[in-house]
Design a protein around this ligand. Structure first.
Ligand SMILES: NC(=O)C1=CN([C@@H]2O[C@H](COP(=O)(O)OP(=O)(O)OC[C@H]3O[C@@H](n4cnc5c(N)ncnc54)[C@H](OP(=O)(O)O)[C@@H]3O)[C@@H](O)[C@H]2O)C=CC1
Ligand SMILES: O=C(O)[C@@H]1CCC=N1
Length: 266
């Protein structure tokens, strides 16, 4: 399979680094391009066998599958520019908000399109992605999306209407969790821990707690109860989280981000 990547920015490079690390494709079978040439060269420096081409119109006919990793606003002109090419790849968009109907309208009625939403932990094989396929895409196209996204973490096929909420939760979610880790570490510093020790303790606590949710399949509330001794330290901390609205802050973050994803469709 010849894989193309259009847009070698933060998410495109995270995804490609993850796919290459997983060994799903060889770098010599991957074509890349970016409007900002330095972005493509940074990837090329890391994986010298990657093939750098000048633009999407040059890349698309040479690839079987193309990951579209440009900003939502750049998708339409890019696809319309490629719609008249003789050979069309399977388009795998990761753009927030851009719908299957838009992808199909802009790429032409025969084009095969998939809309997906990965997240940056894909870079280390710990991503979460969801995708939905367009009406002309086949089951084997869905399998390709499952293989590519699955090479860098967990993946689910979902009805398209769920993808904005997925974007608000797991697409944007790493940023919420980074903020939580930073704030936990600040708390440790406030209480006298050296900064590096506080950051290490905070990050590993988040990793461990998340892994327990996945491995034990227990409800988070039940796992939390096991930490929370009567009259102990944890309940004193939890009281403050409730008082200062952490739970509602996270609910509202996912709600706003989901609404923003819906707005991005225009
Ligand atoms: N960042 C994240 O965590 C996630 C992002 N996404 C989605 O991924 C997409 C990319 O986001 P992100 O990586 O953050 O963005 P970046 O801005 O980091 O990367 C996009 C790159 O694409 C380039 N580009 C724009 N137009 C073209 C074109 N026609 N041909 C080739 N390259 C082009 C841009 O160049 P220039 O800057 O010169 O325009 C830029 O270098 C977005 O649609 C976003 O919604 C999805 C999941 C998570
Ligand atoms: O902030 C954004 O719009 C992108 C989409 C999901 C994560 N980052």
């Amino acid at each position: 399979m010849k894989l193309g990547l259009i847009g070698c920015g933060k998410m495109g490079s995270a995804l490609l680094n993850g796919v290459l690390a997983a060994g799903l494709v060889k770098p010599e079978d991957v074509l890349i391009c970016d409007a900002y040439a330095t972005a493509a060269m940074q990837l090329k420096n890391r994986h010298p066998s990657l093939i750098v081409v000048s633009d999407a119109a040059e890349l698309a006919p040479q690839a079987d599958v193309v990951i579209l990793a440009v900003k939502p606003k750049d998708i339409r002109p890019l696809l319309e520019n490629c719609a008249s090419l003789k050979k069309s790849p399977l388009w795998l968009s990761i753009a927030a908000g851009i719908t299957l109907k838009q992808l199909q309208d802009w790429s032409g009625p025969k084009a095969r399109v998939i809309r997906s939403m990965p997240n940056t932990p894909a870079q280390i094989g710990k991503g979460y992605s969801a995708f939905a396929k367009g009406s002309t895409a086949t089951d084997s196209d869905a399998q390709i999306a499952r293989d590519l996204l699955g090479a860098v973490g967990l993946v689910d096929e979902v009805p398209e209407y769920l993808l904005d909420s997925i974007t608000g939760l797991s697409g944007s979610g790493p940023a919420y969790v980074f903020t939580i880790i930073e704030a936990l570490a600040d708390g440790g510093v406030l209480m006298g821990l050296p900064r590096d020790a506080a950051l290490r303790a905070a990050a590993q606590t988040v990793v461990g707690a998340a892994q327990m949710v996945i491995d034990t399949a227990q409800h988070p509330a039940s796992l939390r109860d096991a930490v929370t001794s009567p009259g102990g330290t944890t309940i004193a901390g939890l009281e403050q989280l409730e008082k200062h609205g952490l739970r509602n802050a996270l609910l509202q973050a996912v709600r706003k981000a989901t609404e923003r994803s819906r707005e991005l469709a225009g």
